[in-house]
Design a protein around this ligand. Structure first.
Ligand SMILES: Nc1nc2c(c(=O)[nH]1)N[C@H]1C(S)=C(S)[C@@H](COP(=O)(O)OP(=O)(O)OC[C@H]3O[C@@H](n4cnc5c(=O)[nH]c(N)nc54)[C@H](O)[C@@H]3O)O[C@H]1N2
Ligand SMILES: Nc1nc2c(c(=O)[nH]1)N[C@H]1C(S)=C(S)[C@@H](COP(=O)(O)OP(=O)(O)OC[C@H]3O[C@@H](n4cnc5c(=O)[nH]c(N)nc54)[C@H](O)[C@@H]3O)O[C@H]1N2
Ligand code: SF4
Ligand SMILES: [Mo]
Length: 745
């Protein structure tokens, strides 16, 4: 990464506003980014079509400029509440996906053994017949729930519908059990409601923002970063808890370089200070919460001095930061985080965050957690589905965790491995998720896949997962298709539409078309009564009494503002068993769990090993953009962060200490070796952990640009700890040692 781009990306707060400053520095054109360009390239198009982004799951509003039939520029839709006229760097480079020469271009059928990644191009008719036959065979032999749908991304809605019509509700995304599941359950247990996506937190109006591992600014959810920049410009202060001096830690009043895996101890100590010094919101707690006395007892001995040897954080730092956090209440936002699957006790950590937020009185308050509603757009009036949810749950027996409120992707994978489930899963339908990089322990994923009767993958790129499928279907990218309407609950309720910006390239087809064609082949035509997705979407818009023309023209229709906080007139209500904020959870106790979070020390890295941590890079989304040549002009290969003192003390490196740029391999506790990867020797990380950006180390033959660049954290995540409450897979528990990479030949 060049210095110029690093400066731009690190700049979170600026008069121009965070993400805007970032995206503004990335003038991408379809010819590739001009070297260091910071100016608008001036490619105003022949036409401008509003749609929404799919480079990540935030789904910002986009204005796509098209000139001579080519997309020349993508910019933020000023009318869209999730972009406010700005995109993050990834969004501005979305046409790098559209014009990626390595895209899947034709339907493929496996020509050799499963996993050898050798395919034959076939017609759509042949491919669809094969998929429909595969699906019907699984249903005939094993019942409909023996077919599982792994799906991530907005276009998955067509296939969820197809699945329910077919008879299976075994539908899961790795964005639950490998990502935000513990957070949803932790907050649900405390407030009777989860957080959802996009997170409706009021960072914009907060006076103090506490980030526990959430590395906003590297984690680049657009409006979030805009809100953060706005808050900082208004004088808000940050408390950042991270073993790594993250970009955002550089902006913090307090950085707490915590020992990994000990956040519950810190949260208990913070609550100890806030309660014992009477700094909590007494009126709010008296009115809305139950269990304060029990919490008082629970944290009475959990002083900063108690937490010091556990967390490595000085008692004075814990005490001062606690007082500071409390001083800004209720506009004191303890951010809920997003990828919460860290150590296996994650629901409890998230619950501790929720309890702290309750003590600050920030739930349903300005500068804290907003409680917005979504716009009401009636569902399409389909025939009722035939699946029976009860049977579905039985099918995934190994993943039956009492408080899981979604099906677990890891559970469906487990239930596929012979001997693990009473009725194993026999078919996989994989849409828009690269399970080889997103599920823990890829060795198990392969074991599961090898025992399937049938597997289909639908993707836009020849990702690793496609190499294992029997049939691969090339979907059109988000810029070439119309999808369902989107109506999230956000600060400002809205309905957004995704529209075709340019016609599908090659032989790719939109998801709605693929789902409908499969439906016809399986006798499910009744479930696809519309001509195309446009007709479907228009039907829904009309039923909501809205103006289709206006929606297509602007890409978004905003609804009436409703109160989202007490200050705006909202009456707070809690859908917990006690109808109160539950600082003490009878529900947890009755299930045999601690009714309040307890701290259990994490396992220590063995001698000569480091804990493997991973996270995001601002210009990439997982491994899905690492082949995007536009974005890769900014960052094209990950590196392993290692503490400078630890690097000097590494056994075996005497006299020739590691320096930035040296190539190493990482070897984990199960002797799994990474690809060679460069190191970054830095003071910005603790000595007991190493860190890398997720999504590199691709092995798929077809990813001609990304293949072999950097290393994959996923390959090294062979160990994980399952959260007993909801089945999330804690993945920050792997340890690696470091060896020099063999010289390149
Ligand atoms: N080791 C490790 N594991 C992790 C994580 C980690 O950091 N480290 N992160 C976890 C988290 S937070 C999450 S949310 C999950 C995410 O895990 P995944 O859902 O697997 O996410 P992606 O890597 O984005 O996979 C997206 C796939 O969709 C394809 N794709 C992109 N656009 C389209 C489209 O329009 N249509 C179709 N059909 N396909 C498309 C891409 O080419 C790619 O193959 O992974 C989790 N697993
Ligand atoms: N640019 C970009 N942005 C993204 C994504 C992307 O792929 N690219 N993905 C999106 C998705 S789906 C998700 S889920 C989010 C994930 O983003 P977040 O939820 O913000 O982050 P995590 O991946 O949970 O955690 C990464 C951070 O936690 C720190 N950390 C590691 N262990 C510990 C610990 O024990 N304690 C503490 N306090 N900190 C620790 C790491 O050093 C790192 O800074 O990002 C989203 N935003
Ligand atoms: S945050 Fe960036 S990548 Fe994600 S939807 Fe918005 S513009 Fe696209
Ligand atoms: Mo995620």
């Amino acid at each position: 990464m060049s210095d110029i781009s690093r400066r731009q990306f690190i700049k979170i707060s600026s008069a121009a506003g965070g993400a805007a400053a970032l995206a503004g520095g990335l003038a991408l054109t379809s010819g590739g980014p001009a070297e260091g360009a910071v100016k608008d390239p001036g490619t105003q198009g022949d036409k401008v079509i509003p749609t929404f982004c799919e480079l990540c799951f935030w789904k910002c509003g986009v204005l796509a400029h098209v000139k001579n039939g080519r997309v020349t520029k993508l910019e933020g839709n000023p009318d869209h509440p999730l972009s406010n006229g700005k995109l993050c760097p990834r969004g501005t480079g979305g046409h790098g996906l559209l014009y990626d020469p390595d895209r899947l271009k034709k339907p493929l059928i496996r020509a050799k053994k499963r996993g050898e990644d050798v395919f034959q191009e076939v017609s759509w008719d042949t491919a669809l017949d094969k998929v429909a036959t595969g699906m019907m065979d699984v249903r005939k032999k094993h019942g409909p729930e023996a077919l599982a749908l792994f799906t991530h991304g907005f276009g998955g809605s067509w296939f969820k519908h197809l699945f329910k019509a077919y008879g299976s509700n075994n539908i899961a995304a790795p964005s639950y059990a490998q990502c935000r599941g513990p957070r949803e359950v932790g907050f649900y247990l405390t407030f009777g409601q989860g957080i959802g996506s996009p997170e409706a937190v009021d960072a914009r109006n907060a006076r103090c923002i506490t980030l526990i591992g959430s590395h906003l600014g590297e984690n680049m959810h657009n409006t979030h970063v805009q809100d953060l920049a706005h808050a900082l410009d208004r004088g808000a202060e940050l408390v950042v808890v991270d073993p790594r001096f993250s970009t955002v830690a550089g902006k913090a009043k307090y950085w707490l370089p915590i020992k990994p895996g000990t956040d519950i101890a810190l949260l208990l100590a913070w609550m100890n200070v806030i309660i014992s010094e009477g700094l909590y919101d007494k009126d709010y707690i008296a009115k809305y919460a139950m269990g304060l006395d029990k919490l008082k007892d629970h944290v009475a001995a959990k002083t900063p001095e108690w937490a010091y040897p556990l967390t490595g954080l000085q008692p004075s730092l814990i005490r001062d930061s606690a007082r500071f956090i409390a001083s800004a209440r209720p506009a004191s936002l303890v951010h809920p985080g997003r990828r919460a699957t860290w150590y296996g006790d994650d629901t409890q950590r998230e619950r501790a965050k929720a309890m702290l937020a309750a003590l600050l009185g920030s739930w349903g308050r300005k500068g804290g957690y907003l409680l917005p509603s979504s716009m009401s757009v009636p569902a399409f009036p389909y025939t009722a589905y035939g699946y029976k949810p009860k049977e579905v749950r039985d099918r995934i027996e190994p993943s039956l965790y009492p408080l899981a409120d979604e099906v677990l992707a890891s559970g469906m994978c487990d239930a596929t491995i012979p001997g693990k489930a009473k009725n194993p899963i026999k078919g996989w339908f994989v849409y828009g998720t690269n399970l080889m990089q997103s599920l823990p322990d890829p060795r198990q994923t392969i074991k599961a896949i090898q025992s399937l009767d049938f597997m289909v993958a639908i993707d836009v790129m020849p990702a690793e997962i496609c190499g294992w499928a029997d049939v691969v279907l090339p979907e059109s990218t988000y810029l070439e298709r119309c999808d369902d309407l989107w109506t999230p609950a956000y600060r400002e309720p809205f309905v957004a539409v995704r529209q075709e910006v340019v016609p599908p390239m090659y032989e790719s087809k939109p998801g709605w078309w693929i789902a409908k064609e499969l439906g016809h082949r399986m006798g499910l035509s009744d479930y696809f009564p519309w001509k195309d997705s446009k007709e479907y979407a228009k039907h829904r818009v009309k039923a909501a009494g809205m103006d289709c023309e206006a929606l297509m023209k602007t890409g978004v229709i905003k609804g009436k503002l409703t109160p989202t906080t007490e200050e705006e007139g909202l009456t707070l209500a809690f859908d917990t068993p006690s109808k109160k904020i539950e600082l003490w959870s009878a529900q947890m106790e009755s299930l045999g769990f601690h009714p309040m979070p307890e701290f259990t020390p994490p396992e220590e890295p063995p001698d000569g090993h480091f804990r493997l941590l991973f996270g995001r890079h601002p210009v990439h989304t997982f491994g899905r953009t690492t082949n995007n040549r536009f974005l890769s002009q900014i960052f094209d290969e990950n590196e392993v962060w290692i503490n400078a003192d630890a690097a000097r003390a590494l056994p075996g490196f005497e006299g020739r200490a590691l320096k930035t740029g040296d190539r190493v391999v990482l070897i984990n506790q199960d002797d799994v070796k990474s690809n060679p990867v460069r190191v970054k020797v830095t003071q910005r990380i603790r000595g007991d952990a190493v860190y890398m950006v997720h999504g590199y180390g691709h092995t798929a033959k077809g990813l001609k640009f990304a293949r072999g660049r950097g290393a994959s954290d996923s390959d090294l995540v062979t160990n994980y700890k399952v959260d007993p409450v909801m089945g999330g897979t804690g993945m920050n528990i792997n340890f690696v040692r470091i060896e020099r990479a063999p010289a390149r030949v």
